[in-house]
Design a protein around this ligand. Sequence first.
Ligand SMILES: Cc1cc2nc3c(=O)[nH]c(=O)nc-3n(C[C@H](O)[C@H](O)[C@H](O)COP(=O)(O)OP(=O)(O)OC[C@H]3O[C@@H](n4cnc5c(N)ncnc54)[C@H](O)[C@@H]3O)c2cc1C
Length: 419
Amino acid sequence: MSAGQRTGTATTHRVVILGAGYAGMAAAVQLAARMKRREGVRVTVVNAQERFTERMRLHMTATGQRLAELSIPELLEGTGVQFVRGWVTAVDADAKSVRIDDDRVLHYDTLVYGLGGVAGTSATPGAEDHAYTLGSAQDAELLAARLAQLGGGTVVVAGSGLTGVEAAAEIAERYPRLSVVLLGRQEPGAAMNPRAKAYLQAALDRLGVRVRAGVEVVKVLPDAVELADAVELPDAVELPDAVELADGERIAADAVLWTSGTRVSPLAAAAGLAVDEQGRILTDAALRSVSHPEVYAIGDAAAIRQGYGVMHGTCQGGMPTGVHAALSIDRVIRGRQPKPFRFGYYHTPVSLGRGDAVVQFTRPDDSPRRICLTGRTAVRYKETVTASPWPTYGRMKKMPASGAFWPRGGRFTRVRGAR
Ligand SMILES: Cc1cc2nc3c(=O)[nH]c(=O)nc-3n(C[C@H](O)[C@H](O)[C@H](O)COP(=O)(O)OP(=O)(O)OC[C@H]3O[C@@H](n4cnc5c(N)ncnc54)[C@H](O)[C@@H]3O)c2cc1C
């Protein structure tokens, strides 16, 4: 066992997990289940709230829909994991300590960093001050309150990635009195196969969402957004009911939802951990920080390289990173070497309001396969996927191996010489 805190004659190895989102919960439950009968390991989880944030449903929260109350301390009951509710304000990587709410300090021997990421508002003037986000449940509730107030008017969704698509569709479906405009560089569903993309765009059209692709929002004002010159799209794209606007024009908006880009907590960079240009922790093959191997990085907060490139933030990839970090910590504590992490994508499920959806099946490198689901079948598939993390944690408490299955990516992630 590696160094830890001496209590009497025994040594306690302190594992602190920051963030109890999809990845952090997977790490906590898996580690607790593996450590059950082992003396001398203490696992602590720190999270901003006791309630689990179902981030994949925040567009539902933003449109006033009530989600299930999922209590993290209740789920962790009986696992031996200590839950600390609080806001992490600093990590001291030299002293191996974490500061919470500025006044509490937790020491660790191993740190698991899973603080997630949010939309990148900082690069665009006015976005921080005037745009709503889906960064947290509280942020989504602020938008819900605003939408409920509006008797009519325009809601601009900035960012035509899948979060923007899901949010625009949800708002248009819930509030037909509002005009919803979806703006972004790429056409909605750009990474999908032609059939899935056409289905998605037709659904937006049916819901009355007006799409303008090939543009960049360069400024958010209290009552409008400003667009830059149109960005060239790879193909000439004819979008149904596209918004006809000259470049540089303003679009009046009664509410702006910002979904574009990614921003992670500055804590890792401030602690001196090696990070990429987005502030995500650079990891080795076993998910350890390349600069501080006692720190594991998981989920959206980690820059994890696979054979096909750096993983992008998803729950489908985030949960396996948490489980893998737990398995690695278990191995290291038993004096063994951690194994390399391998993951291949398999699907992209996208809700289009409550009554419609499209599911694009993918190759391990996230490129689209020919097969996709649409309509009610896709709705059921999407709901099953979205609802699955919580019961998965419950099962893992009793059967840790049940959480350790995910597609490894085959030849897309195979590294010569790796086991
Ligand atoms: C609307 C929407 C729909 C999505 N749909 C899908 C989908 O269909 N499929 C998919 O795979 N992915 C989807 N995603 C992406 C997915 O939600 C994220 O990739 C996933 O949440 C990442 O998990 P995580 O554990 O890294 O971070 P998170 O789930 O964000 O968890 C981070 C946790 O850390 C806590 N935290 C953050 N900072 C601090 C701090 N300083 N102190 C204390 N606690 C802190 C947060 O409160 C949170 O509990 C969607 C995202 C959104 C917004």
